[in-house]
Design a protein around this ligand. Structure first.
Ligand SMILES: [Zn+2]
Length: 373
C-alpha cells in the first residue's frame, strides 16, 4: 500500500507518536521517486552529496537538500509528464516571478482526503447550506493563481448556496465589487443560514473597516465563520492588533472570535496549517517544520528566528519534498501552548529582509518576556 495513503488518511492529524516511522519512510520513498524521475532533482541531490541513507531518523530530515520557493519561480521541476497532471496552479506575483506547480491525480486525491480529515478535526466541515463571501478573485479561465483555487476549494467544505466575490471576473480582468459584497452581506444576514467569509486578512480588514464607517452592524447566524489565509504580510506597516481585528469582526458581523480561523499554506507547499485557539500554527503529522539559518540554511536551535522550511512527502508530481520559504519564523515545543494539541508550532516573524531579521539573542529576550507574563 502506498505509505502516503496510510499517513494522509489518519483520523487524528496531530498523532505524531504513532506516525513517526511512517512519515520517515514516506519521505525516503518520495525523495527516491523524484531522484529517479526528475533528472534536475537527481543533479541537485548529487551536488549536495546526498544519499537516502543520510535520513535514517527524524532528526536527520533536515539533510534532504532544501529548495527555496524562489527556485520554483525560475525553474520548473517535474517528476511526471505534463499530461499526467490533473491540476495546475501558479503562486501570486507578477508573471516571471510566479511558481508553476502541477499535481497528479493521486496527489490530489490524498490532498483532498487529508483536507477532509484535517478540517473535520477542526470542526470546519459542515452539511448546512452556506452563503459565502469570497474576499478575493472569482475563478476564471484566464488565471491559474493557486490562492484563487484554494479560496474556491474552501467554499466546498460547507455546501455553497451562493458565492459573492470581492473581485469579479469581467472576462478579461477583474473589477472591485464593494457594493455587491455589502448588499450580499445584508441579504445573507436576513437568512437563517450560516455565512462564511473566506480570503485574505487584509481584504477582511478593509471590509469591516468600511462596514464600521457606514455604521453597519449585522448579526449573522451563530454558525457563521471567518476563514483567513495568506498571512498578514499584505498589511506590512499597517498590521493591526489581532484582538482589535476580531473585536471589529464581532462588532460588524456578529461573528465570535472562536469562529475566526487563520490558515497558512504556500503554492510550493500545499499543506494546511490552522491556528489553534491560542493562536498557534501546530504542525500536523503530514509535514515537519524546520527553522534554518538565513545564510547557511543549517537548522537553528529551538527558539531562534530563521527561515521557515518544511519537509513533506505529499506531492509525487514535483520534487517539493523539502522546501524553504522566505517567511521568518520560530518553532516552539507544542506542549507549551496548552490548547490540547501537543505537536510543535511555529510563529511567523515577517518576511526575510535585512531589517526584519532579528538575532537569536533579541528573540530570546522576547521569549523571556513572554515567559515572565
Ligand atoms: Zn495550541
Amino acid at each position: 500500500m502506498d505509505l502516503r495513503r496510510k499517513l494522509f488518511l489518519r483520523k487524528n492529524p496531530y498523532d505524531l507518536r504513532k506516525t513517526g516511522d511512517l512519515f520517515l519512510k514516506a519521505v525516503r520513498n518520495d525523495v527516491a521517486f523524484h531522484a529517479e524521475n526528475c533528472p534536475e532533482y537527481a543533479q541537485i541531490l548529487k551536488s549536495f552529496d546526498f544519499s537516502i541513507d543520510d535520513i535514517d531518523s527524524e532528526e536527520m530530515l533536515y539533510k534532504v537538500p532544501v529548495i527555496p520557493t524562489l527556485y520554483y519561480k525560475r525553474n520548473y521541476l517535474c517528476s511526471m509528464p505534463e499530461k499526467k497532471l490533473a491540476v495546475k496552479a501558479t503562486s501570486s506575483g507578477t508573471k516571471g516571478s510566479q511558481s508553476r506547480v502541477g499535481f497528479d491525480k493521486k496527489t490530489l486525491f490524498y490532498g483532498i482526503l487529508m483536507m477532509i480529515r484535517y478540517l473535520t478535526f477542526h470542526k470546519l466541515i459542515s452539511l448546512l447550506p452556506t452563503n459565502y463571501i469570497v474576499l478575493g478573485y472569482e475563478p476564471s479561465k484566464h488565471t491559474q493563481m493557486g490562492a484563487i483555487k484554494t479560496a474556491y476549494g474552501i467554499t466546498k467544505f460547507a455546501p455553497a448556496l451562493h458565492r459573492e466575490y470581492a473581485l469579479k471576473d469581467t472576462g478579461t480582468g477583474y473589477e472591485l465589487n464593494n457594493e455587491g459584497i455589502k448588499k450580499a452581506l445584508i441579504r445573507y444576514s436576513k437568512s437563517r443560514l450560516p455565512v462564511r467569509l473566506v480570503g485574505f486578512p487584509s481584504y477582511m480588514y478593509f471590509l469591516i473597516k468600511t462596514l464600521k464607517e457606514n455604521q453597519i452592524s449585522l448579526k449573522l447566524n451563530s454558525n457563521s465563520k471567518v476563514l483567513l489565509g495568506g498571512g498578514w504580510k499584505q498589511f506590512s506597516d499597517e498590521e493591526i492588533d489581532r484582538n482589535l481585528f476580531f473585536e471589529l469582526i464581532h462588532y460588524t458581523l456578529g461573528i465570535e472570535k472562536h469562529n475566526c480561523f487563520e490558515f497558512y499554506s504556500a503554492v510550493e507547499h500545499p499543506l494546511p496549517y490552522v491556528k489553534c485557539k491560542n493562536g498557534h500554527f501546530h504542525v500536523p503529522i503530514y509535514s515537519r517544520a524546520i527553522i534554518r539559518d538565513v545564510k547557511t540554511l543549517e537548522p537553528v536551535p529551538p527558539g531562534c528566528v530563521g527561515l521557515l522550511s518544511f519537509v513533506s512527502p505529499l506531492v509525487s508530481s514535483m520534487p517539493l519534498t523539502s522546501v524553504v520559504t522566505d517567511d521568518l519564523a520560530v518553532v516552539y515545543d507544542g506542549e507549551s501552548c496548552g490548547c490540547g494539541i501537543s505537536t510543535p508550532y511555529f510563529e511567523l516573524k515577517g518576511r526575510a529582509g535585512v531589517n526584519q531579521i532579528k538575532t537569536c539573542t533579541s528573540d530570546a529576550s522576547e521569549l523571556a518576556r513572554k515567559g515572565a507574563k
